[in-house]
Ligand binder design. Sequence first.
Ligand code: ZN
Length: 287
Amino acid sequence: MIEDIDRDVFVRIQTDLLVVGDSIMTDRHHASNGNYNDDDPQNQIGGIIPAFPLSGWLRHGLEVTVQEYGGTACHPGEANANFMKDGIYQRDLDAGYHEKGACTDNPKKDSGCVVFDLFGGFGGVPGKVMRRPIKFNPVRSSVDYTRGQAEGHYRRLNRNIVSRNRGDNREALRNASIDAVANLDGCWQLSFREMKPAFIGLLAEGIDFLDAHKTDFMHQLGGARNFGAGVVDCALINPLYEDHELKRVFDRRQGNTNKMDEKDDQWAEEYRPAFVNALDERIEEGP
Ligand SMILES: [Zn+2]
């Protein structure tokens, strides 16, 4: 059954506004031709959203899912790291985590808990899932969804930080600018180095969890969360789809084909329950 799933799995990501702390790499030096203006609505700037914030967002959703299934998850930080707050590590352990890597004696041979297995990062062992950056482009016809790309509109937001002193009449003290992507809609590509049924079960459950908790501060993506950024609609795109079907998901002129509807039923009735069951069994076995 797992043989029917391609090593590349796609998550649909839609958000009105995304502010990435790790900053966005743009190609405006190509597009500008020497007369680029930040605030020109005619800018046709594409760029890349780095995978770091996406990965942290996904990982947190999967950790909580593991905890909801009665397991504990690998803590993402080293036990001896210099945390800024005393007791924070122990408090996390009490809340459903185990020390990073405590789930495996020999990380090269033993895969540890399912979170460690997926994300790795201990003993020089890579995780089994590679999280790619998302390349975005404002021109939908240029977006290749089958390569994990998205339609998105780069904006630089400028804000004036004003004086609070009455005598200053809200005089600007400084100007702050942040990179943002507006109206993002596309695919995030996850590439599995090794495929296991429990991985797909966890991904399906975790993405549903994140979608259901999208307005929770803890599960928004990126920065500026208090300003409504990072509220993400997400969905696992049916892994049984072929490339032309994946593209059709984003084509607003066309609906599902009968074949796609058939695959949706297969996914919901056979595949997904089997993979979620595999996840349940894996967590039952312990880390
Ligand atoms: Zn672990």
